[in-house]
Write a protein that binds this ligand. Structure first.
Ligand SMILES: [Zn+2]
Ligand SMILES: [Zn+2]
Length: 345
């Protein structure tokens, strides 16, 4: 009937993209985004373990994210891999898919989906401040924006990165004999801390725990210059007095760290603004360096993308849902399973 074509019922975004127990599923494209389990076809926003999992029959991601996944998952010989660079697009089923920088870690992308005149953006994890290890987040105007909410409380305000790195360098001046042992996650945080130290003018050798080596090499292969870095295990006659040593948070408390004389334990994480967490980590020197947006970055992003609908996931959904509604956005929490608040565990 003619009335149908004149007045078609608008397609509900939830009808073509919705959460399932396996993850966020796109019906007209028959694929999942960052699924929690192995699926026939997945689009992966970035390489952190709670987003990128092994065993998919097909995986589409940026070339950098696929390289990270191969490094972590024994080359993924059984996964058919499709690389899509930033700004490129591909049609999957009845959906136009493109990837846009998310500013979170190397290769991190927002997934832009277009179907029947509607555009949904799945941000994955993101931050808005500059990070020399990846291109900056690009706001994409859309009908529905799916945002993370890791630090979605007004109390979360991440201080400047250079100020936090300054704390580490000042401590080094104050205690020139002591090893500064900095706990960092292997993917993203480690590389960012090295670059921040270099940007602050620190040009001495930075020592690494072996568990950080392979991803640093991968970043170097993608053109990121770290200056003089070396493995603790390769050191000969080195006292590590006054040295900066980066290690996975788990290594700070184990036998490995006993080789250092009177070390100062530091930890770089967005969670270091929470005193109890810093204590729990044994961090005498907590450095608030986050790869996730803080409250003002999250709210600014909602303004920038201008989406009339926002779906909130992955953290403290309620506060951001409340904020979005207060500025006239139709907002709801999207309960997805299988996400970690710390990215790596
Ligand atoms: Zn992440
Ligand atoms: Zn995450």
């Amino acid at each position: 009937m003619a009335t149908d074509t004149l007045n078609p019922t608008p397609l509900s975004p939830r009808a073509w993209l919705h959460p399932t127990p396996r993850g966020l599923y796109c019906v007209p494209g028959d694929f999942y985004i960052d699924p929690a389990v192995a699926v026939p076809r997945a689009i992966i926003t970035h390489g952190h373990g709670d987003h990128a999992r092994p065993g998919h029959r097909q995986a589409l991601a940026t070339p950098e994210t696929l390289a990270i996944m191969r490094a972590r998952f024994q080359d993924m010989p059984d996964t058919q891999q499709q690389a899509l660079g930033y700004g490129e697009s591909v049609r999957i089923g009845e959906v136009e898919v493109s990837l846009v920088p998310a500013g979170h870690i190397l290769g991190s992308a927002q997934v832009v989906l277009e179907h029947q005149g509607q555009r949904i953006v799945v941000s994955g994890d993101f931050k808005r401040r500059p990070d020399p290890t990846c291109p900056a987040f690009e706001p994409v105007p859309c009908d529905v924006f799916i945002t993370e909410a890791t630090f979605a409380l007004p109390v979360f305000h991440h201080p400047s990165d250079s100020g936090e790195i300054g704390k580490l360098l000042r401590s080094l001046q104050t205690f020139p004999e002591r090893t500064h042992l900095v706990g960092v996650y292997a993917l993203g945080k480690c590389q960012r801390v090295i670059k921040l130290l270099r940007a602050a003018g620190y040009d001495k050798r930075i020592w690494l725990h072996g568990g950080l080596a392979s991803l640093c090499t991968l970043y170097q292969q993608h053109g990121i210059d770290f200056g003089d870095i070396a493995l603790v295990s390769d050191a000969v006659l080195e006292t590590f007095k006054g040295a900066i040593v980066l290690c996975p948070p788990s290594a700070m408390a184990d036998r490995w760290s006993r080789r250092f004389f009177d070390p100062i334990p530091a930890m770089a994480s967005g969670w270091m603004s929470v005193r109890a967490r810093a204590r729990q980590r044994g961090a005498e020197l907590p450095l608030i360096i986050s790869d996730h947006a803080d409250w003002s970055e999250l709210t600014q992003t909602l303004q920038d993308v201008g989406a009339p609908k926002v779906w909130v996931t992955h953290g403290r959904e309620e506060a951001l849902v409340h904020y979005a509604r207060s500025i006239g956005i139709e907002a709801e929490a999207l309960h997805l399973t299988g996400r970690d608040e710390e990215d790596e565990s």
